[in-house]
Each structure stands twice: as structure tokens, then as C-alpha cells.
Design a protein around this ligand. Structure first.
Ligand code: PEP
Ligand code: MG
Length: 579
């Protein structure tokens, strides 16, 4: 058994079998075989080893010829391992005694072996771990060969273990069979984590070297609440987690009972709780959780989920479907926010140096007007079918906003010429997620109908912390007083200029910040659907007066720790079981 601590990014507990995705997406879902098949499995193993020796010998000879004996000699170490009888013996033993598949036996023994090397003090020897993983991969590839399984053809429930998952890969996960995931890389507000929360499956990221420790077929507990992953748990751990799992299911059932009650404080102040989505299919679930509309539709997922560029009609169909499902409730369509950690497969092949500061989002759209117009045309065509609002992401200057609005105007003129109906008075807003906007909100407020504060990016850009980098995840915090001051000022500017302000970053769905945001005067919270009931419970358990007092006190603090400590205490006072 091994317990690993990472960052819990999507709550819930799951106990299931691991499939490990490495860089080449090799999957070993099956761990055990019928005992009658062990001889067959040993034969498969011998063939794979023989083929491995053949391939490696060829590779060594070619490398030696091209680069000299020293470089070619690297593969002698690989060959030595494949020819090492003690290793083959251990693998065969694993197949015969544990009735393991050849793949699982190779993976288990090789990883055990790699572990011994990691522990070695000698730098040269500890570096050999990478070589062992390399050999493991080589043999696995040979074994899996034609019967290469991918995540698209799962037949049993699994948890996915990967070095990293692209948001598009996460979104494409088979929702019936994938019950959770855990990755080496990533942070709380990486889009992969956001998608996991939206899917409602437990996930832990930032685990460092998890993929090196887990073999496909291992039993894994993913505890998304505590940010823990347990590899091959013992009976005690299993029992404890099964118990915890039951409690969570009960809590969830309790929360759904408040679904149809208004999001109103004890002294009668109402707020709107809306949902963030990536796909229209998430809308029914969001409504079930009590969402009063969609405060953020991340439309770029249309690009991420498809190998080809969506057409105007693809956009239109997705928006019409959403509006039908929403039956008159508001739908905030955010225009494409591609780039940074959301690349199409094609773009991912040519990475930028600092993608979060690069050609991202509205910048990319203004560099590719035909692509931008395709989407705007679809939005405007759909605007007559429901309460559609447009939101431009990552605006950093007034000029950018004006340019975006100019393109929108062009689109309206085109539609008019073509005789197609649209709503000219469409509500238009921006994401406030770059400090340059949050620091001059009054000027921006005069040119838009609403603000939506994107705390995920606002925190990242204010605190200089890459939201996807697990190494600095500890520095990423909504509670930093500098971030809080920006949020306060943006809400104030909204009130002063009579425009609506929402928060649609992850902070809006974190119960720890509900009292504070309410007290700062926020009236629209947009979050992942599963977070709505708990936030509503807090709102219904407090008064506006209390929330304002909390906010005043919080704004007097100069450290993130004080803020977190105080908010935890205050929230526990009204909901003792919180956190
Ligand atoms: C944000 O930045 O807070 C936000 C809501 O947008 P995204 O997470 O898609 O960047
Ligand atoms: Mg953002």
C-alpha cells in the first residue's frame, strides 16, 4: 500500500481499478486471467522479450554506427535487463502464482525494480530508473501490440492515472466507465480539473510521480476531498473509505433537498446561482442542482472535442440546443477562449513559450477574424431564440473591447443584409480576469452591460502563479488581500455604474468564500453545477448584515492566512459540518 498526497480538485471518493496512460497512451485494464491461461500468458511474455531483444540489438547497432560505441552502449543496459534471467523469473512467477496478465506482471515487476534503483544513493544508478521505465514501455508496447486498448473502448469501471490530461482528453473521457482520475501534473484551476468537477467525478492532480508508482490493474482509492490517492489499499483503508463514501452520498442527498428553495439570505436578500458548462449536455444536470441559468458557457470546448474546426452551423446547433434546454433562463456565451492550456490537437504541436501570456483568447480571435465571425454569426442567429448574452474573455485594454464590439457590429450588418433575424440589443459583457481591467473598472463599466470576474485567471495574473503548475500551487489563492481588493473594486464599480457583476471563477463555488462574496455585494455566482447546493445552503443560513460584517473584517487583514482562518471560523459558526 502507498499513500500519495496531491491537490484534490474534484470531490468524492472512488475505489476502482487503474488504467495508466503514459505518454503513448498504453492502457492495461486487465489485471488477472483465468488460471488455465497462465502457460499461454508466459508464451506471450517470452515472445515479447525475444522481440524486444531483437529490436534493441538492431537499435544498438544502428546507434553505434551513427554516433559511436559510447552512445550505442546505452542500449546494452536495456539489453542486459531483458536478458536478465532473474527478472524474467520474477515476471513468470507473478503470472503463475498471481494469475496476472503478462502486461500486469511486467509492469509490477519492472516498477518494483525501478523502485530499488530510485532508492540508490549513487546518482548514476538512480538515473537508470528512466531506462527501466523505457524498457517497461517497450515490452508493454510489444505485448499490447494489435490489441492496443484505448480509453474509447472501456468495458469496465476504471480510474484513469496519467502524467497529465489535456482538457480535451478529459472532456472526451467515457463518462459511463471512468469513475475518477489522478495525474502527476496540474493545479486546482487547470481546465482539466474544472472539467472533472463539471463531470462530477473525483479527481486529484499534482501528485508528482504517481504514474511511476501505479501499474495498470492496481486497485486505487481516489479521495478528491482530501487530495489523497492510495495505491493497493489494505483492508482497513478500504473499509474506512467505503464508510466515507457512504457519508458523502448521504450528504449529497441532503443537499439536493434544498434545490428548489430560493438562494435567499435569512433577511430576504436574493442572489442568483448559475452554472458553468463546457457542453450543452451538462445543462440538465446543472438545472437539477438548482442553477437559475448558465453564467459561463466555455464555448471553446466545441473546438477541443472535435478533430476539425467547427462550422458556423456546428456553433449554432450547440447554442440552439442549450437554449431549448434552458427554456428561457439566461445563457452567457463566452466567445472562444482558446490558447494557454486549451489548445486544439493541431496547435498543441507548436507550443508557445509563455502560452498564458501569449496569443490566447480574445487576442487569438482578433488575429483570426473569419474564425471569430463564424462564432459571432452563430450567436447572433441564436439570439432570437432565448436569453442569450455575449461575453468577451481576457480583455486587457479598452481598444481590444472596442475592436471586438466592432467585429460584432460588422456581423450584425452582414446578417441584416442577408435578411436573417437577430437581437440587436443583445447584452454584451466582459470577463474581468486581467489586472489591467480590474484596476480601472469604471472606464470599462461604461462600455459594457455586465462584468464577470474570472478569478482563476485574475489570481494567476495578479500573483504571478501559473494556474496549471503543481510546483507553485501553494501560492495560488483567492484569499490574497491583493486579489480581494481587486474583486471588491470591480463589484463596487459595477454597482456604481448600474451593471451586473458576477464571479464565474472557481472561487464562486468554494463555500469558504460565499460569505465574503455575498458581503462584498456580489449578486450572481456562477459555478460548477455540483457546487450549487452547498453554496446555497450557506446563503440561506446567514443574513446580509452578517455577510457584510465578515467582508469588512476580511478586508482589514493583510495576509492570506488570516483571511482563510477567519472565513473558516465564520462559516463553521453557521454550518458546523462545513469543511
Ligand atoms: C476564470 O479565468 O476565472 C474563468 C472562469 O475562465 P477560465 O477558467 O475558463 O479561464
Ligand atoms: Mg479565464
Amino acid at each position: 500500500m502507498e499513500i500519495k498526497k496531491g491537490i484534490g480538485v474534484s470531490p468524492g471518493i472512488v475505489i476502482s481499478t487503474a488504467v495508466v496512460l503514459d505518454a503513448e497512451n498504453l492502457v492495461i485494464p486487465q489485471r488477472r486471467i483465468d488460471p488455465a491461461r497462465t502457460d499461454e500468458e508466459v508464451k506471450r511474455l517470452e515472445h515479447a522479450f525475444a522481440a524486444g531483444v531483437e529490436d534493441l540489438t538492431k537499435l544498438r547497432n544502428e546507434t553505434t554506427a551513427a554516433h559511436g560505441k559510447e552512445i550505442g552502449g546505452i542500449f546494452d543496459f536495456h539489453l542486459g535487463i531483458l536478458r536478465d534471467k532473474s527478472i524474467t523469473k520474477q515476471i513468470v512467477k507473478e503470472i503463475k502464482e498471481q494469475h496476472s496478465t503478462a502486461e500486469y506482471a511486467v509492469s509490477t515487476v519492472m516498477r518494483r525494480y525501478a523502485h530499488q534503483f530510485t532508492a540508490m544513493k549513487d546518482r548514476y544508478l538512480s538515473e537508470r530508473v528512466k531506462d527501466i521505465h523505457d524498457i517497461e514501455r517497450r515490452v508493454l508496447k510489444l505485448l499490447i501490440g494489435a490489441k492496443h486498448e484505448d480509453l474509447g473502448h472501456l468495458t469496465q469501471s476504471v480510474v484513469v492515472i496519467a502524467h497529465d490530461l489535456l482538457p480535451s482528453q478529459t472532456a472526451a473521457l467515457d463518462r459511463v466507465h471512468v469513475k475518477g482520475f489522478a495525474t502527476d501534473a496540474g493545479g486546482r484551476t487547470s481546465h482539466t480539473a474544472i472539467v472533472a468537477r463539471a463531470m462530477g467525478i473525483p479527481a486529484v492532480v499534482g501528485l508528482g510521480d504517481l504514474t511511476a508508482e501505479v501499474s495498470g490493474g492496481d486497485t486505487i482509492i481516489i479521495d478528491g476531498n482530501r487530495g489523497v490517492v492510495i495505491i493497493n489499499p489494505d483492508e482497513e483503508q478500504l473499509a474506512e473509505h467505503r464508510e466515507f463514501e457512504k457519508k458523502l452520498v448521504k450528504l449529497e442527498a441532503e443537499l439536493t433537498t434544498i434545490r428548489d428553495l430560493p438562494a435567499q439570505t435569512l433577511d430576504g436578500h436574493s442572489v442568483s446561482l448559475q452554472a458553468n458548462i463546457e457542453f450543452p449536455e451538462e445543462i440538465p444536470d446543472a438545472l437539477r442542482r438548482g442553477a437559475s441559468g448558465i453564467g459561463l458557457y466555455r464555448t471553446e470546448f466545441l473546438y477541443l472535442a472535435s478533430p476539425t474546426e467547427p462550422t458556423e452551423d456546428d456553433h449554432y446547433k450547440a447554442y440552439v440546443e442549450s437554449l431549448k434546454l434552458l427554456a428561457g433562463r439566461p445563457l452567457v456565451l463566452r466567445t472562444l477562449d482558446l490558447g494557454a492550456d486549451k489548445y486544439t490537437q493541431e496547435k498543441a504541436a507548436q507550443p508557445e513559450r509563455n502560452p498564458f501570456l501569449g496569443d490566447r483568447s480574445i487576442r487569438m480571435c482578433l488575429h483570426d477574424i473569419p474564425m471569430f465571425k463564424r462564432q459571432l454569426r452563430a450567436i447572433m442567429r441564436a439570439s432570437v431564440l432565448g436569453d442569450v448574452r455575449i461575453m468577451f474573455p481576457m480583455i486587457s485594454t479598452l481598444m481590444e473591447l472596442r475592436q471586438a464590439k466592432m467585429v460584432l457590429n460588422d456581423v450584425m450588418e452582414e446578417l441584416e443584409d442577408e435578411g436573417l433575424p437577430f437581437r440587436r440589443e443583445i447584452s454584451t459583457g466582459i470577463m474581468v480576469e486581467v489586472p489591467s481591467v480590474a484596476m480601472m473598472p469604471n472606464e470599462f463599466a461604461k462600455e459594457v452591460n455586465f462584468f464577470s470576474i474570472g478569478t482563476n485567471d485574475l489570481i494567476q495574473y495578479t500573483l504571478a502563479v501559473d494556474r496549471t503548475n503543481e510546483k507553485v500551487a501553494g501560492l495560488f489563492s483567492p484569499a490574497h488581500p491583493a486579489v480581494l481588493r481587486l474583486i471588491r473594486d470591480v463589484i463596487r464599480a459595477g454597482t456604481r455604474n448600474s451593471i451586473a457583476v458576477s464571479v464565474c471563477g472557481e472561487m464562486a463555488g468554494e463555500p469558504l468564500y460565499t460569505l465574503l462574496l455575498l458581503g462584498l455585494g456580489l449578486t450572481i455566482f456562477s459555478m460548477n453545477g455540483p457546487d450549487i447546493p452547498e453554496v446555497k445552503k450557506i446563503i440561506r443560513s446567514t443574513t446580509m448584515e452578517h455577510a457584510k460584517q465578515v467582508a469588512r473584517r476580511v478586508m482589514s487583514f493583510d495576509s492570506e492566512r488570516q483571511v482563510m482562518h477567519f472565513l473558516r471560523e465564520e462559516t463553521r459558526k453557521i454550518i458546523p459540518e462545513a469543511f
